[in-house]
Design a protein around this ligand. Sequence first.
Ligand SMILES: Cc1ncc(COP(=O)(O)O)c(C=O)c1O
Length: 404
Amino acid sequence: MSYHVDEFGYYGNFGGAFIPELLYKNVQELQENYLKIIYEPEFQKEFTNLLHDYVGRPTPLYLAKRLSEKYNTNIYLKREDLNHTGAHKINNTIGQILLAKRLGKTRIIAETGAGQHGVATATVCALMNIECVVYMGEVDIKRQAPNVARMKLLGAKVVPATCGSKTLKDATNEAIRDWINNSQNTHYIIGSVVGPHPYPDMVARFQSVISEEIKKQLKEKIGKENPDAVIACVGGGSNAAGAFYHFLNEENVKLIGVEAAGKGIDTGHTAATLAIGTPGVIHACKTMLMQDVYGQITEPYSISAGLDYPGIGPLHAHLHETKRAQFISITDEEALQAAFQLCKLEGIIPALESSHALAALEKITYSEQETIVINLSGRGDKDLETYMKQMNAQEEKQTHLQNQ
Ligand SMILES: Cc1ncc(COP(=O)(O)O)c(C=O)c1O
């Protein structure tokens, strides 16, 4: 069984490039050149140096002692939250900006949900002195305000997406529209393992540094490269793809992807694509997606802007179909409790997205001897307002109960 993309851009039944004719030239240019460019020694040198000196890699693999005690097993956190700009997204944007430069592009566009990919894109554009436009849903602009401010400070133009649920899907639609209108000079930095081939494979390769480091770090720490399980949250699926990448063919490593259940997978307010989705085409890619009987995309919902997406990368659709990976879903409430727990036990404030991965510890089975790696995809600074609201509500409820 192969878990890598084939020559036509497919992972089993999923993938491909369902693009409008106007984008054909751009996408074909990428398909024909991406591997050649990214494996040039000069490219690799520049990429690795920037990851090291600018991003701060390798990120630590931290044995979370108190969390491990609580769950009576061995839990390591891969600290992508410690990257420059606060999440794993920067690994991919560094790679894609270097590629865009080599393709002679002078303008960058991106979509963003939680704002982490937008910030990472604005950052590399400032670094390389390239014009940057970021599309972001109106709802996300409100709930991730600190990241909007960051993007603006970094010199990017943030354009609100005002259609549909006004979240990530709608921002992606706007970005694709822009690309069609400006295809000659513009490179579209897609922020996850979604979109037409070669994006899912290209983004996975840039993010694969995560599992490459996990292997080395585990070898140093416990004398073997492979953990028993790797857990990561899945929006489009880039941090999970990066954390799984070098373990895909290690069948004894359990791969666990965590989707956002929102208010519950049967409530109509969810983003758990694999739990309720069916095959279809979204953003130029055949994959699993949430749609109604007429093939109209269902509006997703999650408290976490980065997981609030009705599709999923084709790699994950394939891992799900072949049962190579297990996918579970976590509600808003479960993610919030997992976030509060990590704050108190380890002194780490996780991103709401990453909190979904942490909450999986309540849902899976493991033994005392196992080594579990959780990819802590980002830090929680951007989510403080949501956390405070929830904390205040909990405190009010407690005071009310005490006064009764
Ligand atoms: C911290 C963090 N984790 C996870 C995600 C989800 O994206 P992906 O599934 O591509 O890793 C996001 C998206 O914005 C994010 O900001």
